[in-house]
Design a protein around this ligand. Structure first.
Ligand code: ATP
Ligand code: FE2
Length: 349
C-alpha cells in the first residue's frame, strides 16, 4: 500500500507550525515560527495572527522541502480547529482550506488538545513503550488539563480553575523583568535557589494558580532572592499538578502517565512526574520537546487518524464545513481510533 502523506498546520496561539507526517507515523518535517509579544505585554491576538499569515508561506515551503515532498504528493491537509485565539485559528484554517482545495484533497479538522495526546502516544510507541490508554498531564501557556479516555472520549479529569501554569510562569517572569517565554528562565534560576514556601491550592481534582502567583510576586518585592522564589514557584505549582495527575490515575486505575505541552520541557516537572509514577508502579513518559510544545506534526498525525476514521471533509464540502471553534472542548471531539485501546495495541498504532 502506498504511503499517505499529510500536511498539518498549527496556529492556535503564539506558535505557528507546519508538519509533514506519513500514515505510519514517520515525521518527515516539523517546522515552527514563534510570535513574540512586545516587551512587557502578553500575546496580542491580532498581531500574532499577522505574524502567522506573514510567516506561513515560507514555513510551508520549508516543511515540504525538508520532507522532500512535492505538492502533488500530498494526500491530506489537516488544521487545528480549536481551542485557541480566533484570529490565529483563522489564519491556519484559511491556509489549510486553500491548500486542500487547490490540491483537491480532503481536509482534516483536528482538536488541538487531542493532538497533544495522540502525538505523545505515537512518540512513546516509537520509543518502545506501549502507551495506549494514558492519563495525560497537558501543560502549556494556554492549557492545564489532566486528560484520559473514558466512554469513548478524552475527558478532563482535572484542570486549572484560573490561569494555565505556563501563563502563570510567563506572567511572573514578565512582572519581574525576565524575557518571554518565562518558563525556561524560571527553570534556570530555580536550579540555583532554595524554594521559599508558597500557598498550595488543590481543590479536589482541580488546581488554582492565582494565589500562588500573587504570593510569589509579593515575596520577590519583599526582598527574597529571585532564585529562591523561582524554586518555590516551581516546587509548589508542580507538586499541585502531580497531585491531581496522581489522583486521576488512581481513580481510573491507569498505569501509564504522559506529560506533554510546552511546560513538559521542564526537567524538574518531568522528574516529579516520573517519581510519582514509580511510586505507584506506573510508567511515565515525557514527550520530547519538539513534539510536546505546539507543533504541526501533531496536527498532521491526528489528521491522519481523523481521515482514516471517516471524519475528514471531502473537497466539495470544504467551503461550508471548514470552520474554527475557539472554545472547542476536548470532550466534544470524536476519537474513534482511541476508543478501543486494547484492540489498537495489537495493531501498528
Ligand atoms: P497551547 O496552545 O497548547 O496553550 P502554547 O501556545 O502555550 O500552547 P506551548 O509551546 O505548548 O505553547 O507552551 C509554551 C509554554 O511553555 C510557555 O508558557 C513557556 O513559558 C512554557 N515553557 C517552555 N519551556 C519551559 C520550561 N523549561 N519550563 C517551564 N515552562 C516552559
Ligand atoms: Fe498546545
Amino acid at each position: 500500500m502506498s504511503t499517505m502523506i499529510c500536511v498539518g498546520i498549527e496556529s492556535t496561539a503564539e506558535k505557528l507550525g507546519v508538519g509533514v507526517v506519513t500514515d505510519d507515523g514517520e515525521i518527515l518535517a516539523n517546522v515552527k515560527a514563534q510570535y513574540v509579544p512586545p516587551p512587557g505585554s502578553g500575546i496580542l491576538p491580532r498581531e500574532a495572527a499577522e505574524h502567522h499569515s506573514r510567516e506561513l508561506p515560507e514555513l510551508l515551503e520549508r516543511a515540504l522541502k525538508n520532507a522532500g515532498v512535492e505538492p502533488e504528493d500530498i494526500d491530506l491537509v489537516a488544521y487545528s480547529q480549536g481551542p485557541g485565539l480566533g484570529p490565529c485559528l483563522r489564519v491556519g484554517a484559511t491556509a489549510a482550506r486553500t491548500l486542500a482545495l487547490a490540491l483537491e484533497v480532503p481536509l482534516a479538522p483536528v482538536n488541538h488538545c487531542v493532538a497533544h495526546v495522540e502525538i505523545g502516544k505515537l512518540a512513546a510507541r516509537q520509543d518502545g513503550l506501549d502507551f495506549d490508554d494514558p492519563v495525560t498531564l497537558y501543560v502549556s501557556g494556554g492549557n492545564t488539563q489532566v486528560l484520559a479516555l473514558k466512554a469513548g472520549r478524552y475527558r478532563v479529569f482535572g484542570e486549572t480553575l484560573d490561569l494555565p501554569v505556563g501563563n502563570m510562569l510567563d506572567t511572573f517572569s514578565r512582572k519581574v523583568g525576565l524575557p518571554h517565554p518565562g518558563g525556561p528562565e524560571i527553570e534556570r534560576l530555580a536550579e540555583k535557589g532554595e524554594p521559599v514556601e508558597l500557598p498550595y491550592t488543590v481543590r479536589g481534582t482541580d488546581v488554582s494558580f492565582s494565589g500562588l502567583l500573587t504570593a510569589a510576586l509579593r515575596r520577590y518585592k519583599q526582598g527574597d532572592r529571585l532564585e529562591d522564589v523561582c524554586a518555590g514557584l516551581q516546587e509548589t505549582a508542580f507538586a499541585m499538578l502531580v497531585e491531581i495527575t496522581e489522583r486521576a490515575a488512581a481513580q481510573l486505575g491507569r498505569d501509564e502517565i504522559l506529560l506533554t505541552g510546552g511546560v513538559a520541557a521542564n526537567r524538574r516537572l518531568s522528574e516529579m512526574i516520573h517519581e510519582m509514577a514509580e511510586s505507584r508502579g506506573a510508567e511515565a513518559y515525557t514527550v520530547p520537546q519538539e513534539l510536546a510544545g505546539d507543533n504541526g506534526a501533531m496536527i498532521a498525525w491526528t489528521g491522519i487518524l481523523v481521515h482514516e476514521h471517516g471524519l475528514s471533509i471531502p473537497p466539495d464540502e470544504i467551503p461550508e464545513k471548514a470552520i474554527v471553534k475557539q472554545r472547542y472542548r476536548v470532550d466534544e471531539a470524536s476519537v474513534p481510533w482511541a476508543a478501543h485501546p486494547s484492540r489498537s495495541a495489537d495493531s501498528q498504532r
